[in-house]
Ligand binder design. Structure first.
Ligand code: ADP
Ligand code: MG
Length: 252
């Protein structure tokens, strides 16, 4: 049985893309068959997995506008055997173009349904907003994984995100659940990181992953080399943490 996980949080810069790239790569390293989908017009997951986002014939945009098949929309990543349905800036216009389409909340789901059984995991990177692209991710997914950055305003916007997930669950995808929260950019040297973790645990009634993703410079460097962390520096603290997260996700 395949599992489809959307990585979502409407806040930018909280570690969604970093988590999507490196969780996918560590799941693949553990022998799982993984497909990645980039739903952010910024295309950072696409370039972070070694794909030139400006040299693409097909992307998730062409897929959603029914201009290519799902197989045609896939590109090879730098990770052996792992493909991506890539994205680039063209997707920025999709929101408006999708308006006139029937069942626009299910466009991605209807495409992914054809191939989902070919994979153990499908990981979707969401844009930093609660727009129609994120809704498409949530109707396609079985669960939502929420990265939370360990900083002062961590809880801000979370109730809105959870409300959106609830609404999608009630109206569009009754099977959708919150997979869990994962803390990112954790800094052992500051009290703040600990306070954020404690605060979220007190205020949020969801599963929390035990793995804490540390603030790690290698994680920030890897995308500019087009490599996931386990291929960029297999001994780094970042690699260790995403391998642990992958293990936790597989055990779930
Ligand atoms: P989002 O997709 O939520 O906008 P990103 O994953 O792109 O967030 O991360 C935002 C920035 O922070 C990027 O420059 C990224 O390289 C950096 N970053 C993310 N996670 C970490 C981490 N654990 N340690 C250090 N830098 C990180
Ligand atoms: Mg991102």
């Amino acid at each position: 049985m395949s599992r489809i996980i959307a990585i979502a949080n409407q806040k930018g810069g909280v570690g969604k893309t970093t988590t999507a790239i490196n969780l996918s790569s560590c799941l693949a390293e553990a022998g799982k068959k993984v497909l990645t989908i980039d739903l952010d017009p910024q295309g950072n997951m696409t370039s972070g997995l070694g794909v030139d986002k400006n040299e693409l014939e097909n992307t998730v945009y062409e897929l959603m506008l029914d201009e290519c098949s799902i197989k045609e929309s896939m590109a090879d990543t730098v990770v052996e055997g792992m493909k991506i349905i890539p994205s680039n800036v063209n997707l920025a216009g999709a929101e408006i173009e999708l308006l006139g389409i029937n069942e626009k909340e299910y466009i991605l789901k209807n495409a992914v349904d054809y191939i989902r059984d070919d994979y153990d995991f499908i990981i979707i990177d969401c844009p930093p907003s609660l727009n129609m692209l994120t809704i498409n991710a949530m109707t396609t997914a079985d669960s939502v994984l929420v990265p939370i950055q360990c900083e002062y305003y961590a809880l801000e916007g979370l109730s809105q995100l959870i409300h959106t997930i609830d609404l999608v669950q009630q109206r569009l995808n009754p099977d959708l659940v919150i997979d869990g929260v994962v803390f990112t950019m954790y800094d052992v040297r500051t009290n703040l990181s600990n306070q954020v973790v404690e605060n979220v645990k007190e205020n949020l009634d969801t599963k929390i992953y035990e793995t804490l993703i540390p603030r790690n410079i290698r994680l920030a460097e890897a995308p500019s080399h087009g490599l996931p962390i386990n291929m960029y520096d297999s001994k780094s603290a970042g690699t260790e943490s995403y391998r642990m997260l992958a293990k936790e996700v597989m055990e779930r």
